[in-house]
Structures are given as structure tokens and as C-alpha cells.
Ligand binder design. Sequence first.
Ligand SMILES: *Cc1c(COP(=O)(O)O)cnc(C)c1O
Length: 220
Amino acid sequence: MSIQSNLQHIKSTLPSDVTLVAVSKTKPVSDLTEAYEAGQRIFGENKVQEMTEKWQQMPKDIQWHMIGHVQTNKVKYMVPFVKLIHGVDSFKLLKEIDRQGKRYRKTINCLLQVYIAEEETKFGLNETEIDEILNSEEFKDFQNIRIVGLMGMATFTENQEQIKKEFQHLKQIFDKYKEFSAFNFQLSILSMGMSGDYELAIECGSNMVRIGSSIFGERN
Ligand SMILES: *Cc1c(COP(=O)(O)O)cnc(C)c1O
């Protein structure tokens, strides 16, 4: 199957209010170009350097989403062009994004990554940590970030019931924080679902899916 036909197939199954992020990490620019020519404009990468190199080479109407864990010292490289940072999982990172946003006179859209899996390895915040961020005095002064949604990853398991429970849990957290509103915090995006579980994620309320291997093929 070609990238173009994979994309067309996936898009035909997505409800109109669900945004598709084509996860192109590890894939060559030629593959991204094929997706671009098929109409795809939103790409997700998980390494700042790789995303920056691809941004330099690709057409400038692409929206670049950072979906991976970000080290604070790398933030400055993507702030000039990144459209959405999905994996904000610490106050320290948020603070650095705000600081770099100021430097570049930009407001950076962010999702807070919420920990919903049973695995020890997944990054993310719990509700207590989100509350701490929202209630901190420093957060109220962050002028150059906008928290526009939440992102989460389910446990890597075949157990559909477990995945469903985790997605439902994240949706519940999303609905709770949707009630809270500040100039730099207003949730509308719920980023959950990947190649293996995006249909379930959408059933559970996702409106942004991050799909890689089902578009570009398996990664090495
Ligand atoms: C790699 C990755 C994806 C895409 O995974 P696929 O299973 O290839 O669709 C989605 N989200 C994150 C955070 C990723 O790192």
C-alpha cells in the first residue's frame, strides 16, 4: 500500500471533527513529501533536531507538532516554527517554553501530557501535578504559552478493555479541566490514539489522533 492510499483510507474513516497528525518520525523527507502531495499538512515528530531539519527542507505551510518528550535545552530550536507541543510533562518545561516564547515574541500552543498508563515508562502528569501548575503564582504570569488541550498514551497491551478504561479516564480528566479557564489555559484538544488504538480513542472522545505506522509503514 502506498502512503497516499493509506492516508486516504484513514481520512475516510475519521469523523470530520477529528484532526489527523501524520507521525513521520524516523521517515525520510521523500515519504513526508508523498504525504504532503496527498494533501497532508500536519506532521508529528518526536525529536527536536529531526523535526527542525525536516522543517527546513519541507514546504512552509506545514504545521509541525512535537509529540515526544522534550528536554528543556532543546526548546529554543523549535519555538520559531512549532505549531503545537503535545508532550508538556513538567512545570520546568512549561516555564522554558514560555521563556523562549517571549524571546521570539510568540505564543506557543501546548498540550499537557497526562499519565494514564499502567507502565512505569510513560511520561506525564497526574491530576495533583496539574492542579499544582494551575494554582501556582508563576503560571499566572506565563504570557507566551497557551495550554489548549491534553494528550495521553494508553498502556501498550492487547487488552482493549484496559485501553478503553484508560482513554475514558483521560476524557474524564479533560472534561473536568475544560471547566477551568484562564487567558493561558482553555482546553479544546484531546490528543489520544495511535495506529493501533485510534478508533477506540475516538469512541472515547479523542479529537486529535497521532498516526504513524498505518500511514508510513513500520519503523525500524
Ligand atoms: C510514535 C508515536 C505515535 C505514532 O505511533 P504509531 O503506532 O506508529 O501510529 C503516536 N504518538 C506518539 C507520542 C509517538 O511517539
